[in-house]
Design a protein around this ligand. Sequence first.
Ligand SMILES: O=C[C@H](O)COP(=O)(O)O
Length: 251
Amino acid sequence: MRKPMIAGNWKLHKTLEESSQLAAELVQQLSTINDRDIVIAPVFTALASVSKKITNSPIQLAAQNCYPAETGAFTGEVSPALLGDAGCHYIISGHSERRQLLNETNQFINQKVSATINAGLGAILCIGETLHERETHQMLEVLTSQIKEGLAGISTTQMTRVVIAYEPVWAIGTGVTAGDEQAQEAHAFIRGLLQGLYSQEVAEATRILYGGSVKPNNVDGLMAQTDIDGALVGGASLKAEDFIRIVKFES
Ligand SMILES: O=C[C@H](O)COP(=O)(O)O
């Protein structure tokens, strides 16, 4: 049985004060929830202060990115170990915004996933096709290479620390969500890939989150799908009321 996970990716939003305030509201409203994992990913500068706010609450902290090195001359970068030191439990890698805006490759993302796991943290690996790739029937091929290359060298044991987030690029921040069945179809395909790469056991144990315009009014339908184990929420995670409703999905 996979424990659902609802993760809020705050992207480049919120000051220190706003981040602490939102974290405090979430702690107050979600303190009794233990049947699903709740994760929030503030900007780097707010990680340490948000970490303090969520101490002794069920909410866990994630970073939105990392650099795959332990230490060294890497100006402006942050290692997984330092993110763990700041209170992070998870690191997001492979978000489509970074793939597109910063030209991140599957190989580089794979290094981040590996470094994250080696630092003892959980890796949230984002994958997803663009509209052009979907319309030109390249979706399955794209998802296959993102999974195969993104997880290269990751062992069966290490897979216990991996969460996949399927985020069709055309659904991110657009208000257009993949239909429940459309999302389920992609998730089932991804689970099949994991079975082929690893085993049925790994495929059944790995959580696959859906991301792309998840809102209070569509989360229940998505979460009712067999292979959807949670959500990676962008815009709606910035408002306490909306994120709380999403965390409290009913399916
Ligand atoms: O990381 C989150 C995704 O990019 C989804 O963002 P969104 O909920 O604003 O569409």
